[in-house]
Structures are given as C-alpha cells and as structure tokens.
Write a protein that binds this ligand. Structure first.
Ligand SMILES: [Zn+2]
Length: 91
C-alpha cells in the first residue's frame, strides 16, 4: 500500500463558519487548488475562514486519510463517524 504523505499542519485551508465555530462536523472536503473543509450544508454569502489544518486534525484525526486526495477531487461522508467517499469534481 502506498504511503500517504501526511498533511503539513501549517497548511492553510478554508472552512465554513460552522466548522470554524465547531458547531458542525466536517462532512465535505474539496481539493480544488485550495482545500475547503465544510459541514456539507448549503451556505449563502457566508464568510469562509482560513485556518491551519493542524487545528482541524486535532479535532478529527480521520481527516489525515484525505491527505492523498488529488487536486480536482473531493470527499464526503454522511455523518461524522462514516467512511469518507471520494469523488471527482466536475464543473
Ligand atoms: Zn457550514
């Protein structure tokens, strides 16, 4: 099995206000040049926050599995304890 290079904890990533405030679990991750860590609910005109991914990894170590997610790919899960399902971003 290929070894995954872990995330650099200092990597700056975007997260939605709910993830930022830790009121929602991360259920949607997008790697589209930038990394976005989102709760998966629709957002309207809400400010994304830039954080170091180390803070999110402290909260949820399973995010480390997504370090191998290529650019143009995403991952989602139906609840915080579910397995990540990977997908390709199409626009
Ligand atoms: Zn949110």
């Amino acid at each position: 099995m290929k070894k995954i290079t872990p995330f650099n904890p200092a990597l700056g990533v975007y997260c939605c206000p709910h993830v930022f405030a830790n009121t929602s679990a991360i259920q949607l991750v997008i790697h589209d040049d930038d990394w976005q860590f989102l709760c998966g609910e629709p957002h309207e005109d809400e400010q994304c926050h830039l954080v170091g991914i180390g803070h999110l990894l402290e909260r949820d170590a399973s995010l480390q599995q997504l370090a191998a997610l290529g650019n143009g790919c995403g991952a989602m899960r139906i609840h915080a304890q579910a397995d990540w399902e990977l997908f390709t971003i199409t626009d």
